[in-house]
Design a protein around this ligand. Sequence first.
Ligand code: FRU
Length: 466
Amino acid sequence: PGVDHPAETPTDHTGQAYPVESSYTMKWTREDVQRIMSQHNDPTAGPGENSLSDQVSMPDIPSDFPAMKDENGDPVWVWDTWPMTDEHGNQYSYKGWDVIFSLTADSKAGYTFDDRHVNARIGYWFRKKNRADDQWIYGGNVFGDRTPAHKAEWSGSTRIYPDGTIKLFYTDLDFADRNKPKAVIAMSEGRINADQDGVSFHGLDETTPLLEPDGVRYQNVEQNAYFNFRDPFTFEDPAQPGKTFMVFEGNTAGQKGDYQCQQSDLGDSGETPEDVTARGANHQMANIGLAVAENDDLTEWRYLDPILSANCVNDQTERPQFVIEKVNGEWQYYLYTISHAFTYAAGLRGPDGVYGFVGDGIRSDFKPLNGSGLALGNPSNLNYSPTDDRKNTRQYQSYSHYVMPDGLVESFIDNVDGRRGGTLAPTVRIDVEGTTSVVDRNVGDDGLLPYGFIPTNRSAGGPEVT
Ligand code: FRU
């Protein structure tokens, strides 16, 4: 509403749905990604400027951003963050409290923000519902101190049920052997409680392992020490009621470097598979995995083939999620994922940010949004390398975006003009229509909504106690 959408960009992708149990995997191609440079990049943008079009770029975050703090006033480092959701991605308050979960690390422990990953703990925050201007109150670690020091808790999604049951899906990382990290998609079940003083979690005392990479559909550590396997997100498909699915970040299985790039990975990119392979693009092998729950408790899962692969295109399609909407009487399946400038394969450029795809089912020949997939990128200068002095100093301003109802997108601040973050960014909005999206600069302050604005559209727990 009120946002002008550009004409659709034609692609060869049809959007057609395939049976969910079939082996069809949509390929995000080099041709798709080349449209970032050909359609959304201004080749005349000078040193330090943003070369990306307004349609796909996030407004600048001010460098005097506030930091999220604990009860003593000490900063708590925060990155990947998510709300409590149901099977359709609705966001819940509980007894009048809004609640969010974040990967967190202790800002006073003596390591740097870049070393946070091996120290990650899932923390939570709460504040009175619909109070965008209140500070988030830090609740501590959801698992207390039960995770041993050689382990980390990575992303991440939380299901809430009408009776207050919580199923926290996350990635259980074991760094006991630093050269061979183990990643297990896991779930811990417990309960949420709330009173007038705040929110607490109970019974999250055990972790049930759900999935380990099988080396057949999803690459494992024996095949590549830098494999990616994490970030479970569960949902139901309105077309298949009663079944629960999970999308997650994976890599195409196989020994690192063995894969030979295919014409189908390139599309019509004007390159040859042999040349692209020779340049080393076959080391970038992201996919978005799919699994189906085998029981109602969601403790047993079965792998299905990946729904998207980015072989020879990009190595990481992180925090995948579905937003499923009825458009003109038909369900439309929007698949979002986040990716990095530095995980693109040789010969391709794109910014850190959100990438989107839309199709007629959860397994589809997805059409990349805006032709390339890019929906929301950090201000970047793609005419220069990310390490060049002429880069845009906001190219890593925020990351780990999560798309919420009505196109709202939250993320965390990483690096604004040299100032490191570790705190929630201003929320922004993408206006999505069919196969195009536009960053909405009519909301908030020229497109920037409040910091950490993560509103709820449903409530649970009965009467409010706040
Ligand atoms: C994205 C991410 C996630 C992972 C976490 C680890 O920011 O790479 O995929 O769960 O960070 O810190």
